[in-house]
Every structure is written in C-alpha cells, then in structure tokens.
Design a protein around this ligand. Structure first.
Ligand code: SAM
Length: 289
C-alpha cells in the first residue's frame, strides 16, 4: 500500500476514486497520486478514461468494469488484489457507485477481507445540493426516476410527503417530462432547483417553484440539453387550521358534533377531498380548544 498508508487486511487495496464531472481542475492531488501508483485501474469505459489519464500523464493499465461485466469479471480484479496489487476503481465521471457501476465489485472485495479505501471528490448530487439553498441537513437521493411516465408518477406519488430534500438525476431528453410530473404530483408551489452542466462552461443553477421552473425549461430548449440534477424541497406540514378552508372546517365541525373524532375526520376527508391526517390533527386541536 503506497497511496494512503496502513491497512489491517491482507492483499492489496481497492481505491474507489472520484474523478471530475466536467472541470478537469477538480481532479484531486490524491486521486492523481493513487491513479499513478496502483497497478491497475478498473474503469467503466476504458476509451473514455484513457483520455482523462492521458491528460494527466498517467500510464497505469486500464481494464473494463461496467454494469454488464462487473459481476462476472469481479473475480479477475479480486485475484489481482489477493496477489497483493493495489487497484483503483473509477467511473466515467464523478464518484463510482453513485448511479454508476462498482457496487458488486466493492461488495465482493470487502467480503474477501480486502481493504476498500474511498478517495472522495466530485459528485453531481453533492455539488448541486451544496449550492441549492434548499435544506441540506437531511436529504434523499433517488437516482434516476423510471423512464416511462407511469412508473415515474407512481414513484413520485410515493415521495409526495417525503419531508427531506429530494435529489434526482435526469437525462436531458426527459427533463421536461420529469418537471411536468413533479409539478403535477408535488404541486406547482414546491421550491425546486435545476442544476445543469455543473462545473462546465454552461453551468446553470436555477431555483424556482416547480411550475415556474417547468415554464423556464419549456420556454428555452437550451435548458433541455446537457447533464442535470433536479432538487425539490421536501414536503412540509401545512399550517393545520390555516391551511384548511372554512367550508371544510364547517363540515368537520358538523360531523364532530355527531360522531367520534376519528370517524368525523375520515368522513370529512371523504366528503371534502381534504387530507385525513390533517383533518384529524385539526379535529384534535378543536376538541382541545
Ligand atoms: N457518478 C456520478 C456522480 O458522482 O455524480 C453520476 C453518474 S450518472 C451515470 C450521470 C448523471 O449524473 C447525469 O445524468 C446527471 O444527472 C448527473 N450529472 C453528472 N455530471 C453532471 C454535471 N456536470 N452537471 C449536472 N449533472 C450531472
């Protein structure tokens, strides 16, 4: 082990190395050191990575490790590690395993008792979140949404009341459909941000409520190009009674006078279309009051 120091495990070390997501100046000193010193680099696309390595004057041999061969070929990398060679894993851009290959290899290598060391660096979701101005204390990364509309909407319905900031990767040719579905499921008022072409010449970070963000992208076809991350603020509990219209409260009050609280809230929700859990909370408040 040359690049990071001591390891307790046997054999070589697998370094999981993040590479730039656009701007080559984001390559870390440590990443360069590790990639120069390891015996072999497992790369998602060797033709793509050779250009990166050439740019930095690194001549370490490359071998393919992509989603189609990762499970089967993992043994090959493992054998090299077991023989004592250090190996690095890289993807086409950003952090391996984050919507990129590497999970099966890392799992297999760890299971064999070989050290796996992260060499952190660029990651589109973290870069976008760090500049979005949306709550960042808790967030969830949903990766790519299903490509087909039905699957996408079903997934979004499940996330509708997720309180943490939501982060999605999306392909440029689907960004408009994605924003349309986000708006129809989460509502047009929900704060959101589109982070496009991060670290590159046409980098754009546009933060707007979902309906305006959708309009912005619809009106400018340039916004439907390049790589993008979509962030959406998490769901927040409406200000209970303030958010419930007066006519709904009247229905709730009438029912509360006639039946138990839980039943009244459920029935009022059915009659008015308001959310049952909100009406239940409001009913509790009204009873206390
Ligand atoms: N492993 C990468 C990472 O750490 O971010 C992600 C790889 S995934 C196959 C590619 C997706 O990441 C793109 O479709 C896009 O959603 C996002 N992405 C990657 N680079 C980006 C960039 N420069 N700007 C915005 N989004 C980017």
């Amino acid at each position: 082990m040359t690049a990071t120091g001591v390891s307790n495990s046997t054999g070589g070390t697998l370094y999981v190395v993040a590479t730039p997501i656009g701007n080559l100046d984001d390559m870390s000193m440590r990443a360069l050191k590790v990639l120069s010193e390891v015996k072999l680099i497992a790369a998602e696309d060797t033709r793509h990575s050779i250009r990166l390595l050439q740019h930095f004057g690194i001549s370490t041999p490359l071998a393919a490790c992509h989603e189609h061969n990762e499970r089967d070929e993992g043994g090959r990398f493992l054998a090299r590690l077991q023989a004592g060679d250090d190996v690095a894993l890289i993807s086409d851009a950003g952090t391996p395993l984050i919507s990129d290959p590497g999970y099966h290899l890392v799992r297999q290598v760890r299971a064999a008792g070989i050290a796996v060391v992260p060499v952190p660096g660029p990651c589109a979701l973290i870069a976008a979140l760090s500049a979005a101005g949306l709550p960042s204390d808790r967030f969830i990364f949903e990766g790519f949404l299903p490509a087909k509309a039905v699957g996408r909407r079903t997934r979004l319905e499940l996330l509708k009341e997720e309180p943490r900031t939501l982060i999605f990767y999306e392909a440029p040719h689907r960004i408009l459909e994605c924003l349309q579905d986000l708006e129809s499921v989460f509502g047009g008022e929900r704060p959101a941000l589109l982070a496009r072409e991060l670290t590159k010449t046409f980098e754009t970070l546009k933060g707007l409520p979902l309906s305006q963000l959708r309009e912005f992208v619809e009106a400018d076809s340039n916004q439907q190009r390049g790589e993008c991350v979509v962030l959406v603020a998490g769901w927040s509990e409406p200000e209970e009674a303030d958010a419930v219209p007066a006519q709904v409260l009247r229905v709730l009050d009438l029912l509360l006078a006639e039946m138990p609280l839980k039943r009244a809230a459920a029935l009022a929700a059915e009659i008015t279309g308001a959310r049952k859990n909100v009406l239940y909370q409001v009913a509790l408040e009204r009873q206390k009051g």
